[in-house]
Design a protein around this ligand. Structure first.
Ligand SMILES: C[C@@H]1O[C@H](OP(=O)(O)OP(=O)(O)OC[C@H]2O[C@@H](n3cnc4c(=O)[nH]c(N)nc43)[C@H](O)[C@@H]2O)[C@@H](O)[C@H](O)[C@@H]1O
Length: 428
């Protein structure tokens, strides 16, 4: 009775739980909605991972709604992100399976990679058919988000500016077209997308292809609740990247899951809630540089100050090794090493061109994140989503909070600088 009650509650608000299994084929008469989305080209990898969670949690909710039970979320390919600076390797239209363990993500909700979507489209419409979407929505913030001082969920059509023809090609594919293109002012959480889909629904559609552009404008329904964490826990990294990181940990940091008490169950649903992780005998520092030196210079430390903060922590913990994850230049890294002469300063770099070309910039960044997620102690950069994702990974692995939620100050002399928010993991 209890489960039935909660399952019925799904119509009002979605919470993660196990509902009784439905009979296979029960919803075969319902239409299929393929929900595609894309993010503003300037956004980085780890913000995009956050947008994915909003969409995945939304899809889980949507699949409980009449007429949407066979909805599927299509993952947008990764293409030449602004932070990927290796121009001598191919980094266009990369599938999610290059970075993530897709079967693990599918265990959360019905997500498919773009190549899977293209194959499904060909099955339905014939080989080589150009993809014709039914609806594309380009989202934009309202000019005034707080009308009369209140923030209300709403969307409203507006005339598309001429520059919006530049949104083509959709998702980087020149053979994608659309029947309808609508520009919308949008403000609100992912749930508002349900209303949007209902508003523009047409009768008799057995398959519906909808693309939402600028999906970063869609907010979380509730950030950091059980649904958020379930989707987040399912986002395990691709095995090939985990292998590279594990080999590096073993070869250069004497770190392994057995020794460090960081062994994980094969299925993320079976994870223990206990905080038993110890981590390898090194600290990890995520030092965000590059554009942070301009946009966020008031909170980003100098190399010297970062070195002094690292040094103080190494002495306090009695450790001799620091692993550096950073988008810093060679000179900055050289300087950092010079300030930390008495210690081992380690950084991951691909062994050769072939390995760089295989991992790609996104894969190298993930290897950095995995290594940081297994350190005894972690310190990250203020307001960097790269740092946030490491916090989350360490929460999932089960580290004590004080060994994870640490932030560099602008200056080593500041004791009470503004720190990143602590969002601990929650389980059902
Ligand atoms: C100012 C804002 O910063 C936001 O960045 P922020 O949250 O740190 O984090 P991300 O959104 O991931 O973007 C930063 C990108 O820089 C590279 N990068 C940063 N730190 C490291 C590192 O330790 N190792 C490696 N290998 N690569 C690193 C990597 O490509 C990463 O995806 C952006 O999402 C926004 O678009 C905007 O630029």
């Amino acid at each position: 009775t209890h489960i039935r009650k909660i399952c019925e509650k799904r119509d009002i608000f979605f919470e993660a739980f196990s509902c009784p299994r439905e009979r296979p084929g029960k919803w075969d008469h319902e239409p299929i909605t393929y929900l595609l989305y894309d993010v503003n080209p300037g956004e980085g990898f780890n913000l995009r991972r956050d947008v994915y969670i909003r969409m995945a949690v939304f899809l889980q909710f949507l699949r409980t709604q009449p007429g949407y039970r066979r909805s599927r979320l299509v993952l947008p390919p990764w293409s030449n992100l602004v932070h990927w600076r290796s121009h001598n390797i191919e980094q266009t239209q990369l599938p999610w399976s290059h970075f993530f363990d897709l079967p693990s993500m599918k265990a959360y909700t019905d997500v498919i990679d773009t190549p899977e979507f293209l194959a499904a489209y060909e099955t339905l419409h014939g080989q080589g058919a150009a993809v014709v979407l039914d609806e594309v929505y380009k989202l934009k913030h309202f000019d005034n988000m707080f009308e009369n001082g209140v923030f209300v969920d709403k969307f409203e059509e507006h005339v598309c500016p001429k520059s919006d023809s530049g949104t083509l090609p959709f998702l980087g594919y020149t053979n994608f077209a659309t029947k309808e293109f609508t520009c919308l002012h949008f403000q609100g959480s992912a749930m508002l997308l349900h209303k949007l889909l209902e508003t523009y629904k047409r009768k008799g559609q057995s398959v519906r292809y909808v693309l939402v552009l600028n999906a970063e404008i869609v907010l979380h329904d509730l950030w950091g609740n059980v649904d958020y964490w379930e989707a987040r826990r399912s986002m395990r990294f691709a095995h090939s990247l985990v292998e590279v990181a594990d080999r590096f940990r073993w070869d250069y940091l004497n770190s392994s899951d057995e020794q460090d008490r960081t062994v994980r169950p094969a299925n993320w649903r079976d994870a223990s809630h206990r905080r038993r992780a110890k981590g390898g005998e090194y600290i990890c520092a995520h030092l965000r540089r590059a554009d942070f030196l301009y946009g966020r210079d008031k909170t980003t430390p100098t190399i010297q100050s970062a070195a002094l903060q690292i040094r103080a922590k190494l002495l306090e913990l009695g450790l001799k090794t620091v692993f550096i994850a950073s988008d810093c230049s060679r000179t900055e890294f050289y300087n950092l090493k010079n300030y930390l002469k008495r210690f081992r300063v380690v950084r991951f770099a691909p062994e050769n061109y072939e390995q760089r070309a295989t991992l790609k910039d996104g894969g190298i960044a993930i290897v950095d994140q995995i290594i940081c997620s297994h350190a005894r102690y972690f310190i990250g950069t203020y307001e960097s989503t790269f740092t946030y994702r490491i916090y989350e990974e360490r929460e999932i692995i089960g580290f004590p909070k004080d060994l994870t939620f640490n932030t560099f100050c602008k200056s080593e002399k500041e004791m009470n600088c503004e720190k990143n928010t602590v969002w601990p993991i929650v389980y059902n």
